[in-house]
Design a protein around this ligand. Structure first.
Ligand SMILES: O=P(O)(O)OC[C@H]1O[C@H](O[C@H]2O[C@H](CO)[C@@H](O)[C@H](O)[C@H]2O)[C@H](O)[C@@H](O)[C@@H]1O
Length: 260
């Protein structure tokens, strides 16, 4: 198992020195290794345990900031889990300390509902044409999954056909992820959600760890006192990197030891 880079230990020590901190983690590819079927994903047990211990520390707030919708996230992440949950890339927000009369998810307008229905029908046609390609449904988005396609050619063809099928639709956010094409009628992103969490949880610094393209929205809003860590390869705005989700427990344990 590769060790954390020396400069990452140093950055974590500095970060841990802030009075009130938020530790925000992405789910798929970060807390959980990537798997073929979204419903089979689970957090690495050791990472989940240390994350829970961190949440008990004075001055530490924890959150999961996921592209999944909240129902799906809570199905694959059994309790105990952080009380603060962001789903659908920021469109759904469950933060108990914030007034309960604020909705977990904004109601869609009539035109958003119509768009969601149309884009779902288009993606459904694409999925039906290709073996191993399936759909995942969210309150404000539909996701085309190609990880189980029999070949890279089939996977690529399905993604390209999905993009072409939706090209004529307005007010749509298309997000490319790992073996997915997500079409959303909501414009929010993880960066906006993290900024909001920073304010409502009143923290001095935040740590965000993520692996996918949509996590770059989160890294983009980080300030000098914050810390961004990318999991795996690929271009990133994060200042630090770990190679795999399996390195997350050691990282969280070090942070926990610094807070103790
Ligand atoms: O922001 P995240 O919590 O990382 O969610 C991003 C997407 O994750 C899920 O898809 C990814 O993980 C699946 C299970 O490991 C994998 O099969 C798929 O190929 C990955 O893209 C989830 O299904 C999506 O809804 C999330 O948007």
């Amino acid at each position: 198992m590769p060790k954390l880079a020396p400069e990452l230990y140093a950055a974590l020590s500095t970060f841990a020195g802030h009075r009130r901190i938020l530790v925000a983690l992405d789910f798929d590819g970060t807390l959980s290794p990537l798997v073929d079927r979204p419903e089979d994903a689970r957090p690495t047990p050791q990472a989940a345990q240390v994350f829970e211990e961190l949440s008990q520390q004075y001055g530490v707030r924890t959150a999961v900031v996921s592209g999944r919708n909240l129902d799906s996230l809570t199905e694959v992440y059994p309790a105990p889990r952080p009380e603060n949950l962001i789903g659908s890339h920021g469109a759904e927000r469950r933060v108990p300390s914030v007034s309960s009369d604020s909705p977990e998810q904004p109601e869609l307008s009539a035109s958003q509902r119509a768009n969601l229905k149309e884009l779902t029908a288009k993606l459904s046609e694409v999925a039906q044409r290709h073996e191993g390609v399936s759909l995942e449904y969210k309150p404000s988005a539909t996701v085309l999954h190609v990880r189980q396609a029999p070949s890279i050619e089939v996977a690529d063809a399905a993604i390209i056909e999905g993009q072409q099928a939706l090209a004529h639709l307005d007010e749509l956010r298309l997000m490319a992820g790992k073996s997915v094409l997500e079409a959303s009628v909501h414009s929010g992103n993880k960066g906006q959600a993290l900024q909001w969490l920073r304010e409502v949880l009143d923290v001095d610094a935040l740590l965000f760890i993520g692996d996918d393209v949509t996590d770059e929205d989160g890294f983009r809003i980080l300030n000098r006192e914050d810390l961004g860590i990318k999991v795996g390869e690929g271009p990133t705005l994060a200042a630090h990197r770990i190679e795999t989700p399996e390195m997350l427990p050691e990282l969280l344990e070090f942070l926990l030891s610094m807070r103790n």
